[in-house]
Design a protein around this ligand. Structure first.
Ligand code: DP6
Length: 359
């Protein structure tokens, strides 16, 4: 599908008022999106596990108005919030050519997260995807004959314009975003659910997120992506993401966990290596991030466990492991890793199936 397929050409704002509500999860990339072109087009394909419990719940109430301009109020965890306004304003402006009806309504956006706001977990993926689903629910009321497949695809397309990784949160259990020669229907414009055979071990993979640093990141992802322009290793990195995804596609069928670990950990460290070799350079890992990584490596060497780690653009560590090892790894986390978490905080999550409509 092309961008033109997402432009709503003729509609009547036939619905006066109403409200819709969606929950949408976060996701954790196995092959990372790092570097983008104009209009939120990724430099390389990425793949992620959709999560189950780290979610944003958003209710969108809408009232038809006369003036043709973007207008909304936003409430975060019950309180009127102005800090999210610029990001949502930009999002609405970017998506307006595709959903022109948004200018005919005044919106009240009420949003909450199931994880602590200060946890350093990126809420942009869950937040932008939840809002995109709400906007699509309104479009569906205007165009009732819309198919579910188009609904999800356009929601992912819109979410991408809010935050790249958000386009991978609409569906589960694994989603690819970015054109890749071996993923049918893959696109730079939206995420697609991985349709190939998936080994059972990955269907309920566990992700315990260790909250190492709850502070604000020194360098935002958006700035980090931009530093990939003119980065001395960028071309090689984008090529590597293609081949890592290729290999991972096979591993996801066979369930070879040693190979899975090698790719996932290498992707995490490569992401941070790109940050450390940007101009200007920067480091988002903290001393406790490295302590956790080393402790995981020691535990794996000693016990033969298949536990591994990945990182997003921050200091927190996602500890990934098969469900069959849940009791053993949980004990390991509690006795050896929680001490490295800020205030002992961590979140237990697992692979999930994507956004859900609440009303
Ligand atoms: C490191 O999606 O947060 O988590 O498109 O600028 O909003 P924007 O960036 P964002 O980048 C996330 C990057 C990452 C890797 C990934 O999720 O693939």
């Amino acid at each position: 599908m092309t961008e033109q397929d997402f432009v709503l050409k003729s509609y009547k704002p036939s619905v006066e008022k109403g409200s819709v509500k969606w929950s949408s999860p976060s996701n954790i990339a196995l092959v990372k999106y790092w570097g983008k072109k104009k209009n939120q087009i990724p430099e390389n394909p990425s793949i992620s596990f959709t999560l189950n419990d780290c979610k944003t719940v958003t209710e969108l109430s809408f009232t038809l108005k006369n003036e043709d301009k973007i207008s909304f109020d936003i409430y975060f965890e019950g309180e009127r919030s102005e800090s999210f306004r610029p990001k949502i304003e930009t999002f609405f402006e970017r998506i307006a050519p595709y959903v022109p009806f948004i200018k005919s309504y005044h919106f009240k956006i009420e949003t909450t997260n199931t994880f602590p706001h200060s946890s350093g977990i990126a809420s942009s993926a869950s937040g932008m995807s939840a809002l995109a689903m709400c906007i699509m629910s309104l479009e569906k009321q205007l165009i009732p004959e819309m198919t579910d497949a188009y609904f999800n695809r356009k929601a992912s397309f819109l979410a991408r314009l809010g935050s790249g990784s958000a386009c991978r949160s609409i569906e589960g259990d694994l989603v690819v975003w970015g054109t890749h020669k071996n993923v049918e229907k893959s696109s730079d414009l939206y995420g697609v659910k991985l349709e190939q055979e998936l080994h059972d071990v990955f269907k309920d993979y566990q992700d315990t997120i260790l909250l190492v640093d709850e502070g604000e990141k020194q360098v935002s992802s958006t700035v980090g992506h931009n530093l990939m322009h003119g980065h001395p290793f960028a071309a090689q990195r984008f090529k590597q993401a293609h081949s890592n995804l290729d290999e991972l596609l096979n591993i996801l069928k066979t369930g070879e966990l040693d190979k899975f670990i090698a790719i996932v950990e290498s992707e995490a460290l490569t992401l941070h290596a790109m940050m450390m070799t940007s101009a200007p350079y920067y480091i988002l890992m903290k001393p406790n991030t490295l302590k956790i990584i080393n402790t995981i490596w020691e535990f794996r060497a000693k016990t033969g466990s298949k536990v591994c780690f990945t990182l997003d653009a921050g200091a927190n560590v996602h500890v990934l492991y098969p469900k069959s090892e849940k009791a053993k790894v949980y004990e390991f986390i509690k006795t050896q890793l929680v001490a490295y978490c800020q205030n002992g905080a961590y979140i237990c999550d697992a692979v999930g199936l994507g956004a859900k409509q609440l009303h």
